[in-house]
Ligand binder design. Structure first.
Ligand SMILES: Cc1ncc(COP(=O)(O)O)c(C=O)c1O
Length: 440
């Protein structure tokens, strides 16, 4: 996953960021085996060599972070008091506090029950359709374990968010990468053509990262229906990490498709909800798929229902923050984040056009920008000015001369634009740290 780059000692360079179901009406349950579920054959990554340069992979302090598609607006107002209240809870049962509420010395409730209820309420669903997870990343890991058993393969768009392909390849599974259309959109027809008997999983980020493109709900529904017709055992995983940023009304949310098709929808609190550091997300899917996924959660014991979940995967702090945020006030907060993001995204796009660049239209909190010369060199130049962006190359060689820049605050964007306008592509800018980030 990492590639070595020259280490010149300049401070703070980050390096190149570098699986049905009950069918529609009355059909049979499908078992884990039908999906080619994993059978303990997962290979673990080799431990990385200890780093030799200062904290490689750890974004240094004092940098403008426009490389990770985080939210500069933080979490909804109720999140922090909820975390504080949790942190201040007494540890022992014999404390004078009544009623006794468990603090951070206690495991989360084993099935993340309250969190699951809050999430299900958000979408007016039964809790049987929802599993909380440690961000969509955990969902992607679980899905590769659950639905990419031996001989199964993954289909996704070439150049899209690389984590699903990474998890599949790590387990020796084939990954079929489908080129984008000329308009840099997911080629849904070609993806459907690639589905065969052994297709375990199809991944689609919607909106996509890094392009920012969005597949409409109508196209998505047709795609999922056709995928199901081609192979009813293929699970379509729709990653909606950036859905909260989409302005289109109604948004292209795929959750309603889970009642009819083998679809899993991933959502996260890392983006518009401003809680990337807490690692919280969830998956919505048909209850049969959810049962399968549950077996791959960290802390899951399986077997006797009395011992299903031992530890709980999502930690108490994250659960407290998320539960407190899922209120009308929290939803309005996210709406205002969507509006501010849209304004700033337009500002960034217009300013880039003013500087002679032509960014792709984006529905997310980031823009993919062709820069006319090596994007990695520009990334290095910007990092030498304490501004972190992503180079396009790690996503796909076609994006070698591109960068991806996240929507930050106005001052952050101005700092970026200012540095960009002073860039001279004819000068080479050396990397300082080993390359750990790989196109996130
Ligand atoms: C498309 C996409 N999916 C998932 C993730 C990771 O999300 P989480 O923080 O919920 O693990 C990212 C992070 O950038 C992303 O871009």
């Amino acid at each position: 996953m990492s590639e070595a780059g020259p280490e010149t000692g300049c401070p703070g360079d980050l390096g190149s960021l570098g699986g049905v179901l009950r069918k529609a009406a009355g059909a049979a349950f499908v078992t884990a085996a039908a999906f080619g579920c994993g059978s303990g054959d997962a290979s673990r990554p080799e431990p990385q060599e200890p780093a030799t340069t200062p904290d490689p992979g750890i974004p240094p302090e004092g940098y403008t972070r426009l490389a990770f598609n985080e939210s500069p607006f933080g979490p909804p107002p109720a999140a922090l008091p909820a975390v504080e209240e949790l942190l201040n809870r007494p540890y022992a049962m014999d404390s004078p506090a009544t009623p006794f509420l468990p603090g951070i010395n206690r495991y989360p409730d084993f099935l993340n029950t309250l969190l699951t209820k809050a999430l299900a309420r958000r979408h007016s669903l039964s809790t049987r359709y929802v599993v909380p997870c440690c961000g969509i990343s955990e969902l992607l890991y679980m899905s590769s374990q659950a639905f990419l058993g031996p001989g199964r393969h993954l289909i996704l768009s070439e150049g899209s968010f690389p984590l699903p392909a990474y998890y599949a390849e790590q387990r020796g599974r084939e990954v079929r990468k489908i080129p984008l259309t000329n308009g840099q959109m997911a080629d849904l027809e070609a993806m459907l053509d690639a589905i065969g008997d052994r297709t375990g999983l199809v991944y689609l980020a919607n909106p996509d990262n890094p392009t920012g493109s969005l597949v409409s709900l109508a196209d998505l529904e047709q795609f999922v229906a056709e995928a199901y017709r081609k192979n009813p055992e293929t699970v379509v995983l729709i990653d909606e990490a950036y859905m909260e940023y989409v302005l289109q009304d109604p948004p292209a949310e795929a959750i309603r498709l889970v009642f009819q098709y083998p679809v899993l929808v991933g959502r996260t609190f890392s983006k518009a909800w401003g809680m990337a550091g807490l690692r919280a997300g969830y998956v919505v899917g048909n209850e049969d798929l959810i049962l399968i996924l549950n077996g791959f959660l960290s802390g899951y014991l399986g077997g006797d229902p009395g011992w299903r979940m031992f530890e709980g995967n999502v930690n108490r702090i994250a659960a407290a923050a998320v539960e407190a945020s899922l209120t009308e006030e929290g939803f309005s907060f996210v709406e205002s984040v969507r509006e501010q993001n849209a304004l700033l995204r337009t500002y960034l796009a217009d300013s880039l056009v003013g500087l002679g660049f032509g960014p792709l239209p984006s529905e997310g909190n980031f823009l993919l920008v062709p820069v006319g010369s090596d994007g990695e060199n520009l990334r290095r130049w910007l990092s030498s000015r304490k501004i972190l962006v992503q180079a396009g190359g790690p996503f796909h060689p076609n994006y070698r001369d591109w960068i991806r820049v996240s929507v930050g605050t106005q001052p952050e964007l101005d700092a970026f634009l200012d540095a960009l306008s002073g860039y001279d592509p004819s000068l080479s800018h050396p990397s300082c740290f080993r390359v750990f980030y790989h196109g996130i």
